[in-house]
Design a protein around this ligand. Structure first.
Ligand SMILES: *[C@@H]1O[C@H](CO)[C@@H](O)[C@H](O)[C@H]1NC(C)=O
Ligand SMILES: *[C@@H]1O[C@H](CO)[C@@H](O)[C@H](O)[C@H]1NC(C)=O
Ligand SMILES: *[C@@H]1O[C@H](CO)[C@@H](O)[C@H](O)[C@H]1NC(C)=O
Ligand SMILES: *[C@@H]1O[C@H](CO)[C@@H](O)[C@H](O)[C@H]1NC(C)=O
Ligand SMILES: *[C@@H]1O[C@H](CO)[C@@H](O)[C@H](O)[C@H]1NC(C)=O
Ligand SMILES: *[C@@H]1O[C@H](CO)[C@@H](O)[C@H](O)[C@H]1NC(C)=O
Ligand SMILES: *[C@@H]1O[C@H](CO)[C@@H](O)[C@H](O)[C@H]1NC(C)=O
Ligand SMILES: *[C@@H]1O[C@H](CO)[C@@H](O)[C@H](O)[C@H]1NC(C)=O
Length: 477
């Protein structure tokens, strides 16, 4: 398998930490637990194997054939546009590949087409221009009703795709560098008129593969698929300085069938944040994020979370599995962010085999996140948060095990905690309000809102069905 040396190292460390820490806690139920884990990952692994995109293309052209100059100074937007316009004619002939050779290819925003492979070779860097006028203004998303940061429209991502099918962005670890520092400064000194752009965005597209590449210095969230299906992210490195504002790694937003695997994400905000629209706009657009598999990720996020859901989740988030993840140097390990007014739901979320290292709060749920698009939201649109399974977690250098704050009118329910050992160095372990759940073998001991029931917990939390419907506590009672 193709993986960065860092990832391999962590894989080995993982096995050591894993065996050392958890074997004693497993005891008799071990085989059953592992068996049901296998069952549950089988449900989802197809998502990573689908054939929504084609890898080999019968035709290839180089960006050089369109007059591009890889000196890091010449603006190549027209070369990219012309190349992609030309390659549109191959759509019904198996598609085509646009080859980007070694060099520094400065460009403004450009749009892709269907049945296209963008291949970025080793030593090739697609550089986003720091002239922000070359990142055009486009409509805000209907599920947000406005730009995320500012009312009105927003800037277009560097690499953009709308209504596409069968697109591959890959290479021999080539790079897409947004050179986002100009945006971070403008954002900080309140000099922008529109919401910042992503590095790559796909809207309403199906069959997208990102692989074998490095993405860095995005102006805003790095990779943003929205209203998409069958999207795979594999063997990626995503980097942004820790001080860079809102440079999330990957944000699946109202997307179904998304696989994110074998990647290293070290950024200035959440590594992965699953979303689905904002308050009344997200509720009326009504497009959930569902069937999301996250495997073998290593994240470093000192200002934020390894895995986050929300805060924009008004179209609903369901069927999320996170397996084999190392979350390092993070403010929170797993974070749920929502608020009254969001509506929607977060349900059937399954975290398994997680190692946390140097994390302030291992589990941070809040039902009072705030931040509304305008004052037209319904304050009684309460989100439903239920069926959250967290098992097989070890953590070192943890300040706080969990702050789990639900919503009084809509408590977070059916939370299952199992086989969790956290080395908590701070004075406060767990702090909970408006949540309920069940646990077994959790150290330190969770808050009193959780029922200690080792007999039921392994059956209920391991059986596929708690992850995908059904009600945990109703079954136990
Ligand atoms: C790809 O490039 C990034 C950034 O230079 C590097 O950190 C990573 O290790 C590389 N991955 C591989 C597999 O070489
Ligand atoms: C994408 O499809 C939508 C809905 O059919 C349409 O309104 C929009 O103009 C299309 N966009 C592009 C760039 O083709
Ligand atoms: C904001 O930051 C940009 C980029 O660093 C700079 O050019 C501009 O002068 C700053 N504006 C203000 C009002 O500080
Ligand atoms: C990544 O690159 C390696 C080596 O070139 C190749 O074997 C592998 O298939 C690529 N992975 C993907 C998902 O494209
Ligand atoms: C823990 O993470 C913080 C950043 O969140 C970092 O400054 C610190 O050096 C890390 N400590 C260790 C022991 O790795
Ligand atoms: C969630 O997963 C279950 C079981 O695999 C499936 O029946 C259901 O359709 C999924 N939900 C969505 C919204 O796809
Ligand atoms: C629990 O959290 C609440 C709200 O943040 C805070 O006021 C309280 O002091 C915390 N209690 C403990 C014991 O940490
Ligand atoms: C939880 O249950 C286990 C097994 O029944 C028991 O050994 C342990 O002492 C219980 N913990 C608490 C805090 O009651």
């Amino acid at each position: 398998m193709w993986a960065s040396p860092g990832l391999l190292l962590w894989g080995i460390l993982w096995v050591i930490v894993w065996k050392g820490h958890l074997s004693p806690a497993f005891g008799e139920g071990q085989e059953n637990v592992l068996e049901s884990l296998t069952v549950s990952s089988k449900v989802h692994s197809k998502i990573c194997e689908h054939n929504g995109f084609q890898k080999a293309r019968p035709h290839t052209v180089s960006i050089l054939e369109f007059g591009a100059v890889g000196d890091g100074k010449t603006l190549n937007t027209h070369a990219f546009e012309n190349a992609i316009f030309y390659l549109r004619s191959f759509a019904d002939k198996g598609g085509a590949q646009l080859y980007v050779p070694p060099g520094q290819w400065l460009t403004g925003s450009f749009s892709l087409t269907s049945h296209l492979t963008l291949f970025i070779d080793q030593g090739a860097v697609i550089l986003g221009t720091q002239d922000i006028t070359k990142w055009p203004i486009i409509d805000s998303l209907p599920s947000y009703g406005r730009g995320r940061e500012l009312p009105g429209d927003r800037h277009c991502s560097l690499i953009y795709g709308e209504n596409l099918t069968d697109v591959v962005i890959t290479g021999e670890n080539g790079t897409v560098d947004g050179q986002g520092s100009v945006w971070w400064d403008l954002y900080r000194n309140h000099s922008l008129d529109y919401t910042r752009p992503h590095l790559v965005e796909f809207i309403n597209s199906d069959g997208i593969l990102f692989s074998n590449l490095t993405f860095r210095n995005s102006p805003f969230w790095n990779l943003h698929p929205v209203y998409c299906s069958n999207v795979v992210f594999q063997d990626l490195t995503i980097l942004a300085p820790h001080y860079s504002p809102n440079t999330d790694g990957i944000d699946p937003d109202s997307c179904t069938n998304v696989c994110i695997k074998d990647s290293y994400i070290d950024v200035g905000d959440d590594a992965i944040s699953i979303k689905s629209g904002w308050d009344e706009y997200g509720i009326s657009y009504g497009k959930p994020s569902a069937n999301i598999l996250i495997q073998n990720i290593h994240s470093v996020t000192p200002t934020s979370a390894g895995i986050a859901i929300g805060s924009e989740m008004s179209g609903g988030v369901q069927n999320v599995t996170v397996e084999n993840m190392v979350i390092r140097d993070a403010r929170s390990g797993f974070r749920i962010k929502t608020a009254a007014g969001r509506g929607g739901y977060i349900r059937n979320v399954y975290l398994d085999h997680i190692v946390m290292q140097n994390v302030s709060t291992a589990f941070a749920f809040t039902g009072a996140y705030g931040g509304h698009p305008d004052d037209k939201y319904d304050p009684e649109a309460y989100p439903i948060v239920e069926n959250i399974v967290i098992k097989n977690v070890v953590g070192d250098l943890i300040q706080e095990a969990g702050t789990l704050f639900g919503i009084k009118e809509a408590p977070f329910r059916n939370i299952c905690l199992s086989q969790i050992t956290l080395d908590v160095c701070g004075p406060f372990k767990w702090n909970c309000t408006d949540v309920e759940g069940i646990y077994s073998n959790v150290f330190p001991e969770p808050c009193p809102q959780f029922l200690n029931d080792s007999k039921q917990v392994d059956i209920v939390c391991s059986s596929g069905y708690i992850t995908y419907g059904g009600s945990l506590l109703d079954e136990v009672k």
